[in-house]
Design a protein around this ligand. Structure first.
Ligand SMILES: *Cc1c(COP(=O)(O)O)cnc(C)c1O
Length: 478
């Protein structure tokens, strides 16, 4: 990471200025850095953005209202926001080889909402509304909306189920995506736990969705997007790929050919803060055909764009276009594989029997633990993970029977394949030493557990020495 030493003084000055106004915020900001530095962060959706990316967010570009698009704003004086948005979009198009990039979404969920509305606007001919002279959703009266809400109820979305690794916004019922659309989901093969393209195809033939969503948050394997596109084409569906988790692996040219969603999908959405290592935010990439509809994201479903964050996206995308980012992306995958092997060598069971992306889904049942107990025990020992459902999880989405582990963050600190074997040993030590505490009436408990202090001590000490050889923001003396 670039010259952190030079930025130390600036950060000190900033933090004392913040502290003069609200000391608790300055203190929490310092404490967060200390926590990030001293824990083994294996949350698959998190990363460490570079100091230039972080610094870019802290400026007056935040103060400007700029609803609309580059060159077409609802406010005067947006020339500098135009510049940062255009630069971010240009980098995104070049980085991903996309025809069109919309960098305004504030998060991944927002990007999905923009995409859903754009696809509806583009495809839903509304014959019931033709008598009003209305062709699409961009052109509706109040009464039309009422009719259209009913009309949207007939639109269908097919996405990966939550417990197979899909995301809430891929049609999960309590999410707005499960309310806007009639939804159905595809799972994974009960034996191999792998995506079964024939099953996706037969679900698509039967259900005939408007939108086929591919992409995941907790599936430890690559997806063949060429096959997904064939399925979409066969049933006349729009293929939308949500690459929130793995966009860094696409940018870093680890996922190419059939595994690169950009040439195959009609619309692609992503976060910018996960494996892509940018600021917290979202983005939509699309073929030119969808550009005008995607551009209506703000103010259709988004509030005013965050100029400071779009600027930070531009900086992050510029970083991701450097050759070092490709080295980083392949190290992320090598590290995940090493973590998986290290765990399996020590007797762990992994969903799908391994990984070929940036994440590992550990089945906690052979330690006799729920995901929740495993997550909490690991946290006691300074290892930060999140519990996650496994396919057909017997413990449901709250307690779960899995822990998700990802390598993007530790790889940003410089962790190597042999470090990951050490990390696997620590995880195995903690989980093997943890036992589920029964409830008062003798039933197997799902939340409480016992873990000896000396194991916690040993793991913490070993983790600390490992972390000290791979410092976060080396040179930044805060
Ligand atoms: C993380 C994630 C999102 C949501 O991103 P936010 O920035 O938290 O809104 C959407 N889709 C997928 C597949 C994700 O993994």
């Amino acid at each position: 990471m670039p010259d952190a030493e030079a930025l130390s003084g600036a950060y000190h000055t900033l933090l004392s200025a913040i502290g003069e106004v609200e000391p608790r915020v300055a203190e929490a900001t310092r404490a967060e850095l200390a926590d990030q530095r001293s824990s083994l962060k294996l949350i698959a959706s998190e990363n460490y953005a570079s100091l230039p990316v972080l610094a870019t967010m802290g400026t007056w570009l935040s103060d400007k209202y700029a609803e609309g698009t580059v060159g077409h704003r609802f406010y005067a004086g947006c020339q500098n926001i135009d510049t940062v948005e255009a630069v971010a979009a240009e980098h995104a198009r070049e980085l991903f080889g996309a025809e069109y990039a919309y960098v305004q979404p504030h998060s991944g969920i927002d990007a999905n909402l923009v995409a859903f509305w754009a696809i509806l606007a583009h495809h839903v001919e509304t014959p019931a509304l033709a008598e009003h002279g209305v062709k699409g959703v961009n052109d509706l009266s109040e009464q039309d909306w009422e009719t259209l809400r009913r009309k949207f109820g007939d639109q269908r979305l097919l996405g990966m189920s939550l417990d197979a690794g899909g995301h809430l916004t891929h049609g999960f019922r309590p999410n707005v995506s499960g309310k806007m659309f009639h939804q159905r989901s595809y799972g994974t093969d009960p034996e191999t736990q792998l995506l079964d393209y024939d099953a996706v195809a037969s679900a698509a033939r039967e259900f005939k969705p408007l939108i086929l969503v591919a992409g995941y948050s907790a599936y430890p394997r690559r997806v063949n997007f060429a096959k997904m596109r064939e399925i979409a084409d066969e049933v006349g569906a729009v293929l939308m790929v949500d690459m929130a988790h793995f966009s860094g692996l696409v940018a870093g040219k680890v996922f190419t050919g059939d595994e690169d969603p950009i040439p195959h999908a009609h619309v692609v959405t992503t976060t910018t803060h996960k494996s892509l290592r940018g600021p917290r935010g979202g983005m939509v990439l699309a073929s030119q055909e969808y550009a005008a509809d995607v551009d209506r994201g703000c103010p259709m479903v988004l509030g005013g764009p965050l100029g400071n964050v779009m600027a930070a996206k531009a900086v992050a995308f510029a970083e991701a276009r450097r050759p070092e980012f490709q080295t980083y992306a392949s190290a992320v995958v090598d590290n995940a594989r090493a973590l998986a092997e290290g765990l399996m060598n020590r007797g762990a069971t992994l969903v799908t029997g391994g990984t070929d992306n940036h994440l590992v889904l550990l089945d906690t049942s052979n330690y006799g633990l729920t995901g929740r107990q495993a997550e909490a025990a690991l946290l006691d020992a300074g290892i930060v993970t999140n519990r996650n459902a496994v396919p057909n999880d017997p413990n449901g989405a709250w307690y779960t029977t899995g822990v998700r582990l990802g390598t993007p963050a530790l790889t940003s600190r410089g962790f190597t394949v042999s470090d990951m074997d050490d990390v696997a040993a620590l995880i195995s030590d903690v989980l093997s030493a943890t036992s589920a505490r029964p409830t008062k009436d003798g039933k197997p408990g799902k939340a409480r557990y016992d873990l000896a202090d000396d194991v916690v001590e040993h793991v913490r000490t070993t983790a600390e020495s490992l972390l000290s050889t791979r410092p976060l923001y080396p040179g930044l003396s805060i």
